[in-house]
Design a protein around this ligand. Sequence first.
Ligand code: PMP
Length: 295
Amino acid sequence: MSVLPFDQRDGFIWMNGNFVAWKEAKLHVLSHGLHYASCVFEGERAYGGRIFKSSEHSERFRTSAELLDFEIPYSVTELDCAKQLTVDKNSLQNCYVRPVAWRGSEMMAVAAQNSTINVAIAVWDWPSMFDVEQKMKGIKLDIADYRRPDPMTAPCRAKAAGLYMICTISKHRAERRGYADAMMLDWQGRVAECTGANIFFTLKGAIHTPMADCFLDGITRRTVIDLAKRRGIDVIERRIMPEELSGFEECFICGTGAEVTPVAEAGPYKFMPGVISRAMIDDYSAEVRPKQQAA
Ligand code: PMP
């Protein structure tokens, strides 16, 4: 399948306060963000032209930068506005939204206090996977060799480019071996998350999910927890060891990109996508649709 490279598309990218033609949204090869991973980003989706939980993403974006010791020079309101303008300018309805912030070229060593903070926002078409029946077959997960790091060794609450190094390696290995994604354990050997999504299990009508104490507490994760509670389903956030996986009934992952996706296998463990996964798919897709304006 040939996909048009991301630097060769048409449209407009918001860059440091202005729109630039898509192909002109460039950075210099000597950028601190590229060499030293002083770079944070967001992943969001617009549904029917409206970005789901835009302000929560803007807040996380700013917090991620603070955790990397820099400040994004735009407020949450300004970021929300710029993201919406970018969606509108590109005439997209159902799309992915990618804000990114990085340290520029003023200093090219480990210390980079005086570098300019650059911010760009790109959007591209990415329809959600509507075929629920297909989804209900469940995906297969590998178990990654790399573990999510100890919070003492990395700013693990940040959505920071550097933290994705082990995700890309793990996802490549998973795909080479015929899996859709990889489940990662944390530094203590507990179940953590996938390479770009959080993970949930079910047992006797309740939902169990790892505590987000050393990995990204996804906005979709929090939404799903909320939706489950609204249905009266118990949600238990706790330490989950991989050996326990044989006792669970259903498993699903969730994230902005993955939305809610059932899992059929994780390494040696098998699951049967069922009523709770289905309910969460349905509730999530209802939740993300823009609410009708009151007449
Ligand atoms: N974990 C990782 C490592 C991710 O990349 C993502 C996607 N941003 C998630 C979890 C889910 O986060 P969210 O629901 O905010 O998209």
